[in-house]
Design a protein around this ligand. Structure first.
Ligand code: NAD
Length: 274
């Protein structure tokens, strides 16, 4: 349903990897707040279409664009198509990401490279394209700015594994740790242009990426030992935080990481004095 608040009325939002999970929830949430949303998928067109259909059924506006975020030509084409269709861009949610897990000693270069290419290089390509677009549309009367303060907002999807080491997932943890410094460095560089850049770092969120854990009762119980708040997160928990960081309500927040993890980063192992 379209919210009466309409915090993102007429703003144009790209959410990468929004055919599923957290990205899908973000796309639906932004559309519910009046945004025109680009739903991006890499290979699963059917799931991408389902996100767009769900937005249309709720009375929102969205288009579907295929792009592999690790490929420069795909990313440039996605941003071109967005501006051709909607005339401008206000928010980038750089969300697409994946895991290719393996013990470090057995990890192949391919497993390492794929995760770095999508999770980190994909962020570089999308953030650079978004920032260039934000700057190109300043003082463009044909594309008036709908946000009152910044000229554009970027939210990167990191993970608690940007600070919690993760054996067996070194490619993933390295990519998320990399996002932290990438985000802070571009936030510093882009702030004078009035572009805001922040990250959200989810803990355990119930999506296809970690189905193997939440669908197994024993593993789920083990997971609860890591979450002081004693529940798994929902994609909507993350979407609401992403929307706040993209809104004028957080205008003075820049270069920050917001942990959405039910307390996972509170070292719960120490709650009984270790
Ligand atoms: P998911 O598997 O449901 O979604 C991942 C999305 O990324 C999918 O839509 C997929 O199609 C897309 N994608 C993968 N490779 C792509 C590519 N090359 N180009 C474009 N899109 C691509 O999982 P999710 O949990 O929703 O993950 C979304 C983001 O949240 C990821 O960056 C992930 O690392 C992060 N995250 C998830 C959790 C969690 O517990 N679920 C926790 C922390 C961080």
């Amino acid at each position: 349903m379209i919210s009466p608040e309409q915090k993102f009325k007429d703003q144009v939002v790209i959410v990468t990897g929004s055919s599923s999970g957290i990205g899908k929830a973000c796309a639906i949430h932004f559309a519910g707040q009046g945004a025109k949303v680009v739903v991006n998928y890499s290979s699963n067109e059917e799931e991408g279409k389902k996100t767009v259909d769900e937005i249309h059924e709720r009375g929102g506006e969205a288009i579907l664009i295929q792009a592999d975020v690790s490929k420069e030509e795909d990313v440039l084409a996605m941003f071109r198509e967005t501006v051709d269709k909607f005339g401008r861009l206000d928010v980038l949610v750089s969300n697409a990401g994946l895991q290719k897990d393996a013990p470090f000693l057995e990890m192949t270069l391919q497993e390492w490279q794929k995760v770095i290419d999508v999770n980190l290089t994909g962020m570089f390509l999308c953030c650079r394209a978004a920032s260039r677009q934000f700057l190109a549309q300043v003082n463009n009367e044909e594309a008036p700015n709908h946000s009152e303060l910044s000229i554009g907002k970027i939210v990167l999807m990191s993970s608690v594994h940007d600070i919690i080491p993760w054996a067996g997932h070194v490619n993933y943890a390295a990519s998320k740790g990399g996002i932290m410094m990438f985000m802070k460095s571009i936030a510093q560089e882009l702030a004078p242009h009035k572009i805001r850049v922040n990250s959200v770092s989810p803990g355990a969120i119930k999506t296809p990426i970690n189905k193997e854990v939440w669908s197994d009762p024993d593993k789920y119980e083990g997971l609860m030992n890591l979450i002081p708040y004693k529940r798994i997160g929902t994609p909507q928990d993350v979407a609401k935080a992403v929307a706040w960081l993209s809104s004028d309500d957080s205008d003075y927040v820049n270069g920050e990481t917001l942990y959405i993890d039910g307390g996972m980063t509170l070292y719960p192992e120490f709650s009984d004095n270790g």
